[in-house]
Design a protein around this ligand. Structure first.
Ligand code: ADP
Length: 540
């Protein structure tokens, strides 16, 4: 293949970089507000322009500490302005922002920080304990602490003093293919895998995310991401909001229903996003006190990360609140599909619209989908056949950091999602199952396989299988099915205690069933479908 016969004559070399996104905000929308509810619940008000100015100083100071282009820079923070400053400054200086999830077990955090080779970390003072739990296992050259109390532990750098001493950095010339951020996903088996985003991918993702059938975000919006900034780029909201010049409300660590509702009402938020667990609790609070919060400005709630129950979509609608379901993965930056109702259904009865919106939706422009059945053949789009969803597109991972998990990528340029779907004739997907062996609880993953392996390491346990059981609040919870060794005894508490060596407390199962034998498939794998049928009541 030579040159195209007639090349376009546009400035195709203009880089699609986050640097341009940040510079635009600084130049054109510096007065947009950034509101932050601090851990002590006091509200702090700043602006997007101020965050960019501070990001320039942060970048200069990091460069002085020796952080170079391509280096990974960890963060352990809530949704807070300093996190936004790292989102801006680290990629714009050419380095890679690595958002660590404080809810993970210390062993997992240590692995992730080491795998990414994080050179330094910025940590909120409320999360210093989390950092201390794994700091011994990974040597950060610099620890920078964001302190609200004014007290900074010995041996670390104070964020404010660091910013004060930096001269504003002139950003280096951007390259759209350069890495800008990294997030880890929990693996079904084995260790978490790094998804290394490029500037180009996140810029294109932002263009898509603000479109009307996706988040429908404009400069007139005030956006509150409940989804944490340590989860898949907070679904792209920080960069999308910055690109369009929307205001941001950052809720900090308090994500209980009342705190979020107070903030949504007080700041006249128009658009918000998070996992179903959060919205389930909020719906209960709204139903208990329908007149307490004025949510008249809120025009859209993007809900995803796990299936959104139809009853939730309906429940919110009764209060005039519109949920749109999104589907995506860390590997897809993450937004890949949304369930906006098409014009063909405009006059359909509400029931039909609710059914449609309970699906995971149609892929965004530039996201291609297909699904493959058990026989290895692509399934027809008839809404009957089931297969594992595969995706490709400019903001979909093409490989994992360090080359692990290569089996997830097909030889012909598609990524295998591990989600089992039906696809209707209009390309609208419905997730019916997961081929990946994981439990997703409150938006966070628990590896069934890791839990089984650890349980089988307990002296009293012969065999153990872990399945996901539906839970109204958390969507799913892990349940262990255990076969004890002859004559051996163990209680739920014994097993929880044993598991706590590698699992965080919230990941431990509340329920263990002891049985004589775990059913197996012809190939000798645990027959989890049979276990689910035996122990899980069908969800209503
Ligand atoms: P995120 O941080 O966006 O939740 P993850 O990579 O942790 O991303 O999880 C992605 C997985 O979450 C998907 O492969 C799918 O199993 C599940 N998921 C995401 N959105 C939905 C949804 N709307 N409905 C059902 N499952 C979903």
């Amino acid at each position: 293949m030579g040159e195209p016969t007639l090349s376009g004559l546009m400035m195709d070399e203009y880089p699609l970089s986050l640097t341009a996104v940040v510079e635009r905000a600084e130049l054109l929308t510096p007065e947009r507000k950034v509101v932050y509810r601090r851990p002590d619940c006091n509200v702090h008000r700043t602006t997007m322009g101020d965050c960019v100015r501070r990001a320039r100083r942060l970048a200069a100071a990091l460069a002085e500490l020796g952080i170079k282009e391509g280096d990974r820079m960890g963060t352990l923070m809530w949704n807070q302005p300093e996190h936004l400053e790292a989102y801006y400054g680290v990629p714009a200086m050419g380095a890679v922002v690595h958002t660590l999830n404080p809810r993970l077990h210390p062993d997992e955090l240590a692995f992730i920080a080491a795998d990414a080779e994080d050179r330094a970390i910025i940590v909120d003072e409320t999360l210093v304990g989390v950092l201390d739990s794994f700091r011994g296992a990974h040597d950060f050259e610099h620890v920078i602490v964001v302190s609200h109390s004014g007290k900074v532990p010995d041996g670390v750098i104070d964020y404010e003093s660091l910013i004060d001493r930096g001269q504003p950095m002139e950003w280096p010339a951007p390259d759209e293919r350069r890495a800008c951020a990294i997030c880890y996903t929990s693996g079904t088996t084995g260790r978490p895998k790094g998804v290394l985003y490029s500037h180009r991918a996140l810029v294109l993702h932002s263009f898509m995310a603000c479109m009307p059938d996706q988040m429908n975000m404009s400069m007139c919006d005030t956006v509150l991401p409940v989804v944490p900034m340590f989860h898949a780029n907070a679904w792209g909201i920080p960069y999308t909001a910055t690109m369009v010049g929307a205001s941001l409300v950052l809720p900090g660590p308090h994500l209980d229903a009342e705190s979020v509702l107070d903030l949504l009402a007080a700041e006249k938020v128009t658009l918000t996003a998070g996992v179903p667990t959060v919205w389930m609790a909020m719906l209960k609070a709204i139903e208990a006190e329908p007149d307490r919060w004025d949510l008249g400005n809120l025009h859209r709630l993007l809900v995803g990360g796990s299936a959104v129950p139809r009853s939730m979509i309906e429940g919110y609608q009764k209060h005039g609140l519109f949920i749109i379901q999104g589907w995506g993965m860390t590997e897809t930056s993450p937004l890949a599909s949304t369930s906006s109702v098409p014009p063909e259904l405009a006059d359909a009865p509400d029931e039909e619209k609710f059914d449609y919106r309970a699906r995971q939706g149609t892929p965004a422009p530039f996201v291609d989908i297909r699904a493959r059945g058990d026989d290895g053949e692509l399934i027809p789009w008839d809404d009957k056949a089931m297969g594992e969803l595969e995706v490709r597109g400019p903001w979909v991972a093409g490989a994992y950091f360090g080359g692990t998990g290569a089996e997830k990528f097909t030889g012909d340029g598609w990524f295998q999602t591990g989600d089992v779907v039906k696809i209707n004739q209009h390309g609208c997907i419905r997730i019916t199952d997961r081929s990946k062996d994981l439990v997703k609880s409150g938006g966070e993953w628990i590896s069934s396989v890791d839990m089984e392996n650890l349980l089988m390491g307990h002296p009293a346990v012969a065999e153990a299988a872990v399945i996901a059981v539906p839970d109204e609040k958390w969507d799913e919870r892990p349940m262990a099915v255990v076969v004890l060794k002859d004559g051996a005894e163990a209680t739920l508490d014994d097993l929880r205690e044993h598991l706590s060596s590698h699992f965080a407390k919230w990941q431990l199962p509340e329920r263990v069933e002891f049985i004589d034998e775990i059913p197996r498939t012809a190939t000798g794998k645990f027959k989890k479908i049979a276990l689910r049928e035996q122990f899980v009541k069908a969800p209503v």
